[in-house]
Design a protein around this ligand. Structure first.
Ligand code: DWN
Ligand code: ZN
Length: 402
């Protein structure tokens, strides 16, 4: 249990939202595991009174969540394009020829593999999930299977030299000891290098009622102020802040060695000084839960069958929070080979490949990976039934101008 703030060290953490006891979002079950007890843990959000940092009360051991990992970056061509663009822009700005680019949380290596050879930079991925680093190495990306720590940073710097660019996308929220992480970045980053990170934006989560992005892997829910506070404690400065739509709304920070922060931070910090309305958030979550359950009950009452599209971590949270079992949602399809043949954590929908839709011809497809709506609806061109999003299903998706 966290007793102090991960960013400022403050000791006053106020409980702001409770999702109850939930299974692990990426804990997809094999059929053999069905009759065994499923690991579950409370999902309680707290907000630091001093700096506004939002974080989970309970910390699940990282090895339980990341030693073997189901999510693969390469599962979305749009995401690979996004990370490729981030890397090329950053390499152009910070990485002279022949210098080192390190990705922390490199997953299956899809992002680093997308760097064209003509950039002539050395690449190194770091990720603890052996099942994914095997895929990365097979695709030619040099990768270390380990958690990123200050100690590992020292070893990498000794063997490969310091990095001109360090990238960490959707991974800093997974890290419990952010002080050790920052010391590792300081140790590995060249004096004139850049650390570029992307994390979900907590204020967008709140504004969009994205409660299904709250899960055990995400220990922290960041905004700019607390991150600037954290980096300042480690001789690092935030040089630039951008917001983008990735994963439902993300912050991209460019961090350098140094003190003080750029004007971007003060502009964000002022805005981020708002007082967050967590009661309104809880009420909206309940309304979304009721609307989704009613929509599914109506579809069943009409004799329809609904198949979920995408088995993202967020689907686990939403199905469990809404109490949606196989009676309301028969099964789910997903393009990730390692998820097919498994079952959803907690609610136990079987997960098939996307071809199941053509075979079973459901009356409705419910897009569970709402952040990939466009890409998924594009793959349903040949499907003649209704398509809805798990977020406000009644609006339907066909009408969206794809
Ligand atoms: O922070 C995290 C984010 C970045 O990724 C991790 N902790 C876990 C993971 O979250 P997620 O599982 O919610 O990520 P996605 O990208 O929303 O997952 C999408 C799922 O949908 C994947 O399992 C792949 C699947 N998919 C598909 O079947 N067909 C995705 C697309 C685009 C498709 O066309
Ligand atoms: Zn704090």
């Amino acid at each position: 249990m966290r007793k102090s703030c991960r960013c400022c060290g403050g000791g006053e953490l106020a409980e702001v939202f409770d999702l109850g006891v939930q299974p692990f979002a990426n804990g997809f079950l094999t059929p053999e595991q069905l009759d065994k007890p499923e690991p579950r843990s409370p999902l309680v959000l707290m907000e630091c009174v001093a700096c506004g940092m939002v974080q989970l009360r309970h910390v699940t051991p990282a090895v339980d969540l990341f030693a073997e990992y189901a999510f693969q970056t390469g599962s979305s061509t749009r995401m690979v394009r996004h990370f490729r663009s981030l890397l090329l822009e950053s390499i152009g700005r910070y990485v002279p020829r022949g210098k080192l680019v390190v990705e922390i949380g490199s997953n299956d290596g899809a992002a680093l593999a997308s760097i064209p050879d003509d950039r002539r930079c050395r690449r190194l991925g770091i990720d603890p999930a052996a099942n994914l680093t095997e895929i990365a190495r097979r695709s030619g990306v040099p990768t270390v299977t380990a958690f990123f720590t200050e100690e590992l940073a020292g070893q990498v710097a000794t063997i490969h030299g310091e990095a001109s660019l360090i990238v960490a996308c959707n991974v800093v929220a997974h890290i419990d000891d952010l002080d050790d992480f920052c010391r590792g970045v300081r140790r590995l980053l060249k004096h004139d290098g850049a650390f570029v990170m992307e994390v979900p934006d907590v204020d967008t989560l709140l504004a969009r009622t994205a409660f299904d992005t709250i899960y055990h892997e995400h220990l922290s829910y960041f905004s700019v102020g607390p991150l600037a506070t954290l980096f300042a404690r480690h001789g690092l400065r935030v040089e630039a802040v951008e917001w983008n739509e990735v994963h439902g709304g993300s912050l991209r920070l460019t961090v350098r060695h140094g003190t003080g922060h750029s004007g971007d931070v003060s502009r964000w910090r002022d805005w981020r000084g708002i007082v967050r309305d967590w009661n309104g958030f809880a009420a909206r979550c309940e309304r979304e839960r009721d609307e989704l359950c009613e929509w599914l009950d109506d579809a069943r009452a009409d004799g329809g069958t609904v198949v979920g599209y995408g088995a993202p971590a967020k689907a686990t949270v939403r199905l469990n929070y809404c109490g949606i079992g196989t009676d309301r949602l028969a099964c789910v399809v997903d393009s990730t080979p390692s998820k097919q043949g498994r079952l959803m954590p907690g609610t136990h929908q079987p997960i098939y490949g996307p071809e199941w839709i053509d075979r079973s011809k459901p009356s409705d497809v419910l897009v569970l990976a709402w952040n990939h709506e466009r890409e998924i609806v594009g793959k349903l061109a040949g499907y003649g039934g209704r398509v809805a999003s798990v977020v406000r299903p009644r609006r339907g998706l066909r009408k969206l101008d794809m």
